[in-house]
Design a binder for this molecule. Structure first.
Ligand code: BTN
Length: 243
């Protein structure tokens, strides 16, 4: 495997975008620390030195750009499986978070470059709060975010988790590319969903809608029943659990 290791970097996603054209599919960038880690919606992602897994994978899938949203779900399923291999039980919060005990320990930021319906590259950035201490997590995030160490009450082997993620992702991604199948990943996301059966709020820009999460369909979309009984498939959005 082609793996670039950085002691410190601005953001592995940003660096991955800079080098993506010249690199092979599957190239991985991983850093001990990010100075400007990026989260979704332009948020900052806290990435303290030596305490997490801050990584990006360069992908070059020859598929319709419309299918790229699925890759985030494949990543979340891979993280779930990797944790499960290490006897750590987690839940997937569609479409891009992994939770333990209802709090976020992992976020995925997938970015794409495409033109004329052809994908140039996809960068899948995965951030995992592995060994962060309470003091690393800002007060205002404490009810939403935590680390595996805080919950398990012990240091977690980052290398073991990193290797597990790459192995699990490789299998799941291969199914997607070779067999056009994401059914295993969908099954994992459904069976371990933090949302299915829950009352949720979907936020997209200024628009807020409330409903109940029913399912994740074969396309990887969230099936939601809105108040009034209308059922819709949701493609993206910020989801929060009500109540
Ligand atoms: C989210 O908002 O939940 C997504 C967070 C993604 C963070 C990871 S850490 C490695 C990669 N590089 C970045 O700058 N961001 C992603």
């Amino acid at each position: 495997r082609n793996i670039y290791y950085f002691n410190s970097i601005n953001s592995t996603n940003r660096k991955a975008k800079e080098i993506a054209f010249g690199e092979k599919e599957g190239t991985v960038l991983v850093a001990e620390q990010q100075e400007e880690g990026k989260g979704r919606l332009g948020r900052h992602w806290i990435s303290p030195k030596g305490k997490g897994i801050w990584m990006s994978i360069i992908l070059k899938p020859k598929v319709d750009p419309m299918k790229v949203a699925k890759i985030t779900l494949l990543g979340a399923a891979a993280v779930y499986k990797a944790l499960s291999n290490m006897n750590i039980k987690s839940q997937i919060k569609w479409p891009n978070d992994v939770l333990i005990d209802g709090k976020k320990i992992c976020g995925i930021l997938t970015e794409m470059s495409a033109e004329l319906n052809m994908i140039n590259y996809v960068i899948m950035g995965i951030g995992i709060n592995v060994n962060l201490d309470e003091s690393d997590i800002p007060e205002e995030l404490k009810d939403k975010a935590t680390s595996i160490k805080i919950i398990e009450d012990k240091e977690i082997d980052r290398k073991e988790l990193f290797t597990n993620i790459l192995n699990e992702f490789e299998k799941i991604y291969k199914d997607f590319i070779d067999r056009d199948s994401i059914s295993e990943a969908i099954d994992i996301c459904k069976a371990n969903s933090a949302l299915i059966g829950k009352d949720i709020r979907i936020i997209r820009g200024d628009e807020v809608r409330v409903g109940k999460a029913l399912d994740i369909n074969e396309e990887g979309h969230l099936v939601v029943e809105f108040d009034g009984g209308i059922v819709e498939n949701i493609y993206s959005g910020e989801i929060s659990i009500r109540g």
